[in-house]
Design a protein around this ligand. Structure first.
Ligand code: FRU
Length: 797
């Protein structure tokens, strides 16, 4: 789109935002401030809904924002209007994924009226070193940058569940002119944070700021360039995989980019402006406002991009499938390549491979029929006599089809984009989704992101390799069906209970807003975490069920009942009831404060309990959801002040030292080595915890231990500056890294036979072999000081 038109769009957006912004934004947000969430239920199966392309469960989305990885999850935020299918009142929507493929819709992260400023595009960073000093618990501070005409900060201290506005929404960096879309990243050589922001002071360009603490920013330089408009992104990549030749890439919203040098202060371009994608690269098109994830655990630069033209009945806008970016030297110099991340493989099935087939106008090759799939086809362009050849997608028996991905030999274009054959060959890789088509040529040398409203009817799912005006040799073809990425795992039961979950009666499925349970009598869905005292919360919605609620200590349930009651009961006894009208298809918030025998039930965030009762029958047990006689949805189940949160069965007992449970986890005071051992034995497993050496030397995970702890493996964080894996008499492996007293780290041990791996904050730091102890007890260890432990979890290896 032309610059003039872009400016017009921007001006309209600005004017709209000025009208929409409330005058008195509140300071902080709790889930109660987000009336739009849960969204209405969906099976993600509507026409044109991407099955492996991310879209918001409901409402409008535009730019991806604040994309980063934190402790095992990719976080994706996005420009979002939850109230309709057009751009309006920008919120930040939120979703998470362990693998860039399967996304879980989360409650809205930033909401106008709750969070200050225009909540427009920006990004997010994890402050692992606590340079902000904002940290107040186990989670690292997470900061997101947003705002127009200057950047504002919102931050989370609970792992991106809730955000607060920093400094009343004060602007921390204000370029001249109109500005927006801050992108913050770490610059290792200068050991500073850098912010790049689009602005139009004196024409289009980027302003660079730096900061040591992420909160105070200093202007450093400006890169002025007419081509450069909105949504800057900046990252460093090796050229042809050569780590000694790393270049900075600066991109804008339309996917135009230059590569060059950046010393932490000033950007110096070294190449001409190029385009990384050849779709419709504008705000109404098929590829716009991309962003890369920070902190990819495999060190990749992974990008996802808004597809504006994609839309369906309850959603509009989706993202391209995450692509890994690289720099490659070709005949015309260094340019970016885009390749779908290899995690896509988890959706593949029904593989078909072919090789060495001659394709002519009368003998097309039809390897398979499918709705959503991936094909990689290699054609020999050098020996071809065909003028055009390629793939026909969603072909029908009558010879029609929805789209052809064509290589034109005379024009040397793939799907309209310039592409020269490589060693005489043309490789086309296509991702075909319900409403999305991505085409990659010659290993990502060319990328074309498109929106196509494919006909998914059974008779319209043919795939053909075809040729026109002559023949072509199909050197090889691989086809894979791609399954739906939605609805696996625990996508909708947002909460903080560790799992695993298990049904005990009834059938339970994932829907928007939580877990939907259907039972003739009582059905339960329970988390394996055993807890006693604490604050339990859940959102409950009756569909046609008589009652549904929140179960805790295995046997107590607080419910809403369509007869017009809130009830606290246990098998055999209604402990107390409270009469109040209860409507179907409305979400009620239930909170239970359990303190010994005193059980209080609160409704819809009320400050006084509607039930305040005593029952001392059950002291501990699992928590979860209950449905009675029909169908209901229960979501967002959380347990606050959980004491010691663990799914490792006890009884836990000290072997040395003093161990206490002060309310948040367990705490050790140790003169030498002190152990806290569970009642659970394991051989192969993943064992993890949040560990904190409060004062003194080390905090650790112990495993395969004997009951007296004379034999064991222990993986620790040690304030002398190491992560260490040891057993009595031997340090098996040591990994030097700064360990600061007082700071919580996440330690993970993956044990498979004699292979013992240790991960620090999700990144593997030790991979060792030791065959001394094959099995034994799980426990915790502290050495010479005070250490605390929380969220101790055991899972499969
Ligand atoms: C790009 C954009 C950004 C802005 C956001 C507002 O699509 O115009 O520049 O921050 O959308 O939603």
């Amino acid at each position: 789109m032309g610059t003039r038109y872009r400016r017009l769009v921007a001006a309209v957006l600005l004017a709209l935002a000025a009208v929409m912004m409330p005058a008195h934004p509140a300071a902080a947000g709790t889930p109660a401030d987000y009336p739009e969430f849960p969204y209405p239920a969906t099976s993600y199966d509507e026409a044109f809904r991407g099955q492996f392309h991310f879209s918001s469960r409901a409402g409008w989305m535009n730019d991806p924002n604040g994309s980063f990885w934190y402790r095992g999850q990719y976080h994706l935020f996005y420009q979002h209007n939850p109230h309709g299918l057009a751009w309006d009142t920008m919120h930040w929507g939120h979703a998470t994924s362990p693998d860039l493929v399967h996304w879980t819709q989360k409650p809205i992260a930033l909401e106008p009226g709750v969070h200050a400023g225009d909540l427009w595009s920006g990004n997010g960073v994890v402050d692992t070193a606590n340079v902000t000093g904002l940290k107040n618990g186990a989670d690292d501070p997470i900061l997101v940058f947003s705002g127009t005409n200057g950047a504002t900060i919102h931050y989370s201290l609970d792992g991106a569940r809730t955000f607060q506005t920093y400094g009343g929404g004060r602007k921390v960096a204000v370029p001249a002119g109109t500005s927006r879309d801050p992108k913050v990243f770490w610059h290792e050589p200068s050991r500073r944070w850098v912010m790049v922001m689009w602005s139009d002071g004196g024409g289009n360009g980027a302003d660079f700021y730096t900061s040591a603490d992420l909160l105070n920013w200093t202007w450093r330089s400006r890169y002025a360039a007419g081509w450069f408009f909105e949504c800057p992104d900046m990252f460093q990549l090796p050229v042809d995989g050569n780590a000694a030749d790393r270049r900075w890439v600066l991109t804008d919203a339309s996917g135009e980019y230059v590569t060059g040098d950046f010393d932490g202060t000033t950007f110096l371009p070294r190449t001409a402006v190029r385009r990384m994608d050849h779709g419709a690269n504008d705000a109404g098109g098929t590829f716009y406002a991309g962003q890369t994830f920070l902190g990819d655990p495999r060190g990749r630069v992974v990008q996802t991009v808004w597809q504006p033209a994609a839309r369906g009945s309850v959603w509009s806008g989706n993202l391209t499938f995450p692509a890994e970016l690289a720099l490659r030297t070709g005949t015309d110099g260094v340019s970016l390549t885009r390749t779908p991340v290899d995690e896509l493989a988890s959706l593949r099935s029904g593989t078909v491979t072919l090789s060495d087939r001659t394709v002519t106008p009368t003998t097309p090759v039809s390897p398979a029929a499918a709705d959503t799939y991936e094909v990689t086809a290699v054609f020999d362009a050098a020996s071809a006599t065909a003028t055009r050849f390629g793939l026909r997608l969603h072909a029908r028996a009558d010879g029609t089809y929805d789209r052809a991905v064509t290589y034109d030999r005379a024009a040397r274009t793939l799907y309209g984009a310039p592409l020269a054959p490589e060693n005489g060959r043309v490789t086309m890789r296509v991702l075909v989704d319900r409403g999305q088509l991505e085409v990659f040529g010659n290993g990502g040398a060319v990328s074309i992101s498109d929106v196509v409203r494919f006909d998914s009817a059974a008779g319209s799912q043919g795939l053909q390799a075809y040729a026109e005006g002559g023949s072509v040799r199909l050197v090889s073809l691989r086809f894979d069906r791609l399954g739906s990425a939605w609805g696996t795992g625990e996508p909708t039961l947002a909460g903080n209970l560790a799992g695993p979950w298990a049904a005990a009666g009834g059938t339970w499925t994932d829907v928007a807003g939580g877990k939907q349970g259907t039972a003739t009598g009582d059905g339960f869905y329970l988390n394996s975490t055993v807890a006693g005292d604490g604050t339990y919360e859940a959102d409950v919605r009756l569909r046609d069920a008589v009652a549904a609620g929140l179960t805790f200590r295995d046997r107590y349930t607080a419910n809403v009942d369509a007869a017009g009651l809130v009830k606290l009961w246990r098998p055999g006894r209604d402990i107390a009831t409270y009469a109040t009208p209860i409507a179907r298809d409305r979400t009620y918030h239930l909170r239970v404060v359990a303190a010994g025998p005193r059980l209080r039930v609160y409704l819809d965030h009320g400050t006084t309990p509607v039930i305040d009762a005593e029952d001392g029958t059950y002291a501990t047990g699992r928590a979860g959801a209950n449905v009675f006689a029909g169908t209901a949805v229960i979501g967002n189940i959380t347990l606050g002040a959980p004491g010691f949160a663990t799914n490792v069965a006890g009884p836990w007992r000290p072997v040395g030292g003093t161990w206490t449970a002060p309310g948040d986890g367990v705490r050790a005071q140790a003169a030498g080595d002190a152990f806290y051992l569970s009642g659970t034995t394991g051989t192969d497993f993943t064992y993890e915890a949040d560990v904190r050496p409060v004062i003194g030397v080390a905090a650790a995970l112990t495993f395969r231990a004997t009951a007296d702890a004379s034999q064991h493996y222990t993986a620790n964080v040690d304030t002398s500056g190491v992560v260490k894996l040891w057993r009595p008499g031997r340090d098996i492996a040591v990994y030097p890294t700064p360990i600061v007293p007082g700071r919580t780290r996440h330690l993970t041990v993956i044990a498979t036979g004699s292979r013992l791996r240790v991960l620090l904050d999700g990144t593997q730091v030790i991979d060792a072999v030791d065959a001394t102890y094959p099995t034994g007890l799980f426990g915790l260890n502290a050495y010479a000081g005070t250490a605390s432990f929380q969220n101790v979890r055991l899972g499969p290896a």
